[in-house]
Ligand binder design. Sequence first.
Ligand code: PLP
Length: 417
Amino acid sequence: MDLRKKILREVEKIFEHVDEISAINTAKVLNAMRKLKVSDAHFKTTTGYAYGDIGREKLDELFAEIFKAESALVRTQFVSGTHALATVLFGILRPGDELISVTGEPYDTMQTVIGWKNPARGSLKEFGVGYKEIALRDGKVDIDEIKNAVTSKTKLALIQRSRGYSLRSPLTISDIEKICAAIKAVNPHCVTFVDNCYGEFVETSEPVEVGADIVAGSLIKNIGGGLAPTGGYIVGRKDLVELASYRLTAPGMGNELGASLGTPRLLFQGLFLAPHVTAQALKAAIFAAGIFSELGFKTSPLPNENRADIIQAIELKSADNLIKFCRAVQEFSPVDSFAAPEPWDMPGYTDKIIMAAGTFVQGASIEISADGPLREPFTVFLQGGLTFEHAALVILHAAQAVSNIDGQSELPHNLSD
Ligand SMILES: *Cc1c(COP(=O)(O)O)cnc(C)c1O
């Protein structure tokens, strides 16, 4: 608890900045809800085809308003973020088209969707969609190379905002602006598509405002505020969102069907809480960086570095530390605290992966969770935190687990007692 106080003093100014962003985003969401006259009539459940579901329509309008987009598709029928992202790609791309990833290797689950590096049945590759990837240069997006690689043939450019589970820096909104401008300068018709996972509400503007044509993400990360039980969203240009809607449902049906089955209030209320919950997760990440830097571990970002997503990477130096860390996170989770995570051979990964997630919504990474591959330098990726108070307990417990093994620094009090 002494260490907690010390670090909290050190990060005071940074926390103030996070609160400032949360205040602006809370006002943004509130204003949208007032302007669009959200009412409890919109929380009623619908069944069957759900034609004329006013709650579903209102939620789409609300997302469009908040993201400053022409149109939105917010649905629990998306099973995850990957599903929403894949729906955009399959909705827009046609055989012979070319897709380019301008932020290096995309997130793991996108590899089977694309199919070029990790062949999979039903992938874009199988449908005859070409693929190019621009490698990062010194961990940064290579704008010059974008200008070379994007051609008049390039139909869609994939831009990943978050670091995902890599050690590159996440993109700021200003980075996204530069990338979109570079793409459009070469080919104004190339669709700029942002994978917005883990990025929502970390800054005060969103990708559509700086040149993204279409954006997609998960509802069990930032934007669901911890309440959304499942789902994904797409926002952007009307014609593009419409194309995606035909892939989610069926050509001709689009966004006009889809029962809400009791979820609407959770989606509206989760959105309302999302700026605050994102701030809690950001504070957790900053606090973790502070504690682990103090204990001599390399962290990315550093405690005082600018943040563009909610992920905190910590190099734990040994497999033992990584396992202890994840077990400590699990032990201090409100759900499944009695389970001990084990490293396992996850499909599609070369090294064993260990994951901790004692979450109310299965696998929701806006709730505090940690994972990492068992390979040098044994980096753990920590993200989420519905309340900072809980996240701080988890982080201190993990710090204690790891520092005890090393025999380096003993924390003042044994928190696990
Ligand atoms: C979480 C995430 C996704 C989607 O993952 P799901 O587990 O399918 O929701 C895609 N891209 C990035 C960068 C992510 O962080």
